[in-house]
Every structure is written in structure tokens, then in C-alpha cells.
Ligand binder design. Structure first.
Ligand SMILES: NC(=O)c1ccc[n+]([C@@H]2O[C@H](COP(=O)([O-])OP(=O)(O)OC[C@H]3O[C@@H](n4cnc5c(N)ncnc54)[C@H](OP(=O)(O)O)[C@@H]3O)[C@@H](O)[C@H]2O)c1
Length: 377
């Protein structure tokens, strides 16, 4: 049982005077309902999606770091022209952290909640850069005996997204897919799932090191966007695999457009007769991340049967329904140290996570450079 009345929590505020303020605050201990458990959080990853809430559009190269009586804070200017994009959060102090894992230290009265006491669980839902969090018992992913919180920390955002991509592929009638920024933590999981489920995955990366990472885990199709022969190689991989679905984490620039154009070339190469409207094969690219902040450019050289849309895990889960969600959760917990394993460059405390040295590292969002916050340190 935890008798404290307050706990440490990272909160991010974008102020009306165009300043971002990130600090550790003393927040109230969460209250427990009968169906809730209280988790002492011991591991929470810093994912690209967390950086959006943590730092918003602030200019972090101009950030000021300070520490009053050992408690760190960060202030950074927000370019005035970007303020309109964050109107909805101005002057609100928002708890940060999309997912995490820890040990259940107390529980509400319900049988389901009581059964989790002492267990290691993973969960999502915000505010995981905190010492404690109350979570509905039925929203916890219970980990197999012997699994540590650090091994369980990334059990939701990336694994569920990977399974959501596969579900989307099946629901929309595609048989293979293309994935960009493919040596990411998520991309490596997707490659392992593609092997397990025997579908073809065309990986797009931007360096030789990233090619090697994917080939070492069994990838067959890896195209390097920094190679001069990238577009012909991508087209060839699309002819071989018949992939007509793409998931693009970069979002900016012309990569989504290039993928559609290569899909069109691959489709047209199979057509017996020429049509000035292009191939009738539907080609779909979903932008699901914003790693490239440039404007998205479309060069419409891909006929008329195409679509570009956004893809987000939360709406997918709603479409999938409770039964599929439970299967996804069971699969993730059963393979959390294999298919869905994540590795981290560094484990840091809440305080260290707000140091300049740490921020300068993890905001690079580079391959294999993922930080884990341990709020119990
Ligand atoms: N929509 C959703 O529901 C959803 C859910 C989960 C994740 N996501 C997205 O999934 C993506 C991957 O997440 P993660 O945690 O797996 O990432 P991660 O492990 O931190 O890896 C990020 C990867 O992106 C690459 N990258 C960064 N900037 C790039 C750019 N401008 N162009 C091409 N590649 C770039 C990095 O390669 P370098 O080393 O070359 O920089 C690295 O391989 C993120 O964009 C995240 O926001 C979206």
C-alpha cells in the first residue's frame, strides 16, 4: 500500500507568451476506483510521439536548462507562426509519456484488480513519466512471470501499431506492404511479424547500417533511399511482392509520392494494354508519423487509382473491436522478449531525462537511440 499523497511527474506547458515550460512537479497521487490498480512505474520509453507533447513546436536549440534545488526545468521559445497549431493546449500543464510498465502496488476492491497485486504490467494512456499511475485493471497487459518492467515498457505503442498495420493490410485486401524509416524500433518488430506471418515486406531505409540491421533479422526486401538506384530497386521489389499498401513514418518530402509512383510502375508493367488513366490497381499509402518536417510533396504520376491518408493506432483499435484487441494484447505479452523486444541506449531518472545532455541525444530520434525513463530511480 502506498500512503504518499503526492508524486513526481513531468509536465509540459506551452504558454501564451510563446514559451514552452517543461518541469517536474509534485502532483496528487491518483485516486483508485474499485476496478483500478496503482502501478509504481519503473520504465517508460521516450518515443517520437512523446517528443511531440513534451516539446511541441518549441525551438529546442535555443532552450534554457535550469535546476532549482535539484529540480530541473526547461524553457524554450515557440516560433510565433507555430502557435496556431497548439492553440488547444495553451496554458495547460500536461503530463507526458504515452506508455510504460511497472509493478502493481495496490488495487481497488474488484477481483480483477486484486489479482494483479505484485504483478508486472504494461499499459498506455498518458502520464507515464510519473512515479505512479492508476490504470483500469482490464487495460493492463499482464506480463509473463520473470519479465522485468524494462522489458515490458514498450508493450503498447509500437507492437500494437505493427499488429494494426497487419490488420489493416488484411482488412483492405492487400497481400504485402511497404514500410519507411524501416530500421526503427517499430520497423524491426514489423519485419519479425512479416516473417512469422509469411507476408512480403518492402523496407525503405536511408543508410547501409540500417540495411544491415534489417537483413540481420531476416529481411529479404530492403531499399536504400540514399542509393542512386533507389527508385528502380523499389519498383523491382514491388513487382516481385505485389505490395500495394505503404506505411510512411517520414510524412514530409516526396517519399509517399515516390512509393505510389513505383507501385503504379509495377502495376502497369503487368497490364496487357495501355490506359491513359493508368493502372486500375488501387494503391494506398498511409502517413503514420512525422519524422520529416518538410512539406509533403505529391508528384501525381501514379494514375487515378490511389489514396493517401493518415493512420493512427487509437482509431484502429476502435475499428478492430474488443476481441481482436485482446488477441493483440495476448500476442504482445507472449512475445515481449522476442518479436516485440525493444532495446534502449540509456536508462535515466525523471531528473536526468530533463538534462541538456539527455535531451540533445533522444530528440535526434536516431536508429537504436531510444531512452528509457525509470521514475523510481
Ligand atoms: N500513427 C501511430 O499510431 C504511430 C504509432 C507508433 C509509432 N508511430 C511512429 O512510428 C515511427 C517510428 O517510431 P519508433 O519508436 O520505432 O522510432 P525510433 O526507434 O526512434 O526510430 C526512428 C527511426 O526514424 C528514422 N528517421 C528519423 N528521421 C528520419 C527522416 N527524416 N527520414 C527518414 N528516416 C528518419 C531514424 O533513422 P536515422 O538513424 O537515419 O535518423 C530511425 O531509424 C515514428 O514516426 C512514430 O511517431 C506512429
Amino acid at each position: 500500500m502506498n500512503n504518499s499523497t503526492s508524486m513526481k511527474q513531468v509536465q509540459s506547458t506551452t504558454q501564451n507568451d510563446e514559451v514552452l515550460d517543461v518541469r517536474i512537479v509534485n502532483a496528487d497521487m491518483p485516486a483508485l476506483r474499485d476496478s483500478d490498480v496503482l502501478v509504481r512505474i519503473e520504465a517508460a520509453p521516450i518515443n517520437p510521439s512523446d517528443l511531440g507533447l513534451l516539446f511541441g513546436p518549441a525551438d529546442m536549440d535555443s532552450a534554457q536548462y535550469s535546476s532549482d534545488s535539484g529540480s530541473p526545468s526547461i524553457k524554450a521559445p515557440i516560433p510565433p507562426h507555430l502557435m496556431s497549431g497548439i492553440e488547444g493546449r495553451v496554458d495547460q500543464s500536461l503530463p507526458v509519456g504515452n506508455e510504460g510498465a511497472g509493478i502493481v502496488v495496490s488495487a481497488g476492491e474488484s477481483e480483477e484488480a486484486q489479482a494483479l497485486i505484485g504483478k508486472v504490467v504494461g499499459f498506455s494512456g498518458g502520464g507515464t513519466y510519473s512515479e505512479y499511475k492508476s490504470v483500469r485493471a482490464n487495460q493492463c497487459i499482464e506480463m509473463p512471470e520473470g519479465t522485468s518492467p524494462a522489458q515490458s515498457a514498450s508493450c503498447f505503442v509500437n507492437p500494437m501499431t505493427v499488429l494494426g498495420f497487419v490488420g489493416t493490410m488484411r482488412r483492405e485486401g492487400h497481400s504485402a506492404m511497404v514500410h519507411t524509416a524501416a530500421a526503427s524500433n517499430l520497423g524491426q518488430m514489423l519485419q519479425k511479424v512479416a516473417i512469422e506471418e509469411s507476408f512480403d515486406l518492402v523496407n525503405i531505409v536511408r543508410s547501409k547500417e540500417q540495411e544491415d540491421i534489417l537483413r540481420n533479422i531476416g529481411a529479404t526486401f530492403v531499399c536504400n533511399s540514399s542509393s542512386e538506384s533507389f527508385l528502380p530497386e523499389l519498383t523491382e521489389a514491388l513487382v516481385t511482392t505485389g505490395a500495394t499498401l505503404g506505411f510512411d513514418a517520414t510524412g514530409g518530402g516526396r517519399l509517399a509520392s515516390d512509393i505510389l509512383a513505383c507501385m503504379e510502375r509495377a502495376a502497369v508493367s503487368q497490364d496487357a494494354a495501355f490506359s491513359r488513366y493508368g493502372s486500375t490497381v488501387h494503391k494506398q499509402v498511409y502517413i503514420y508519423g512525422g519524422l520529416d518536417r518538410n512539406v509533403t510533396t505529391l508528384n501525381r504520376s501514379f494514375g487515378m487509382a490511389w489514396g493517401i491518408g493518415g493512420w493512427l493506432l487509437t482509431p484502429y483499435i476502435q475499428v478492430a473491436g474488443a476481441e481482436e484487441l485482446q488477441k493483440m494484447r495476448d500476442r504482445v505479452s507472449g512475445s515481449i522478449t522476442t518479436t516485440f523486444a525493444s532495446s534502449y541506449t540509456k536508462e535515466v531518472s525523471l531528473t536526468d531525462a530533463l538534462s541538456k545532455a539527455a535531451v540533445d541525444e533522444y530528440r535526434k530520434q536516431a536508429t537504436g537511440l531510444k531512452f528509457l525513463i525509470n521514475p523510481s530511480l
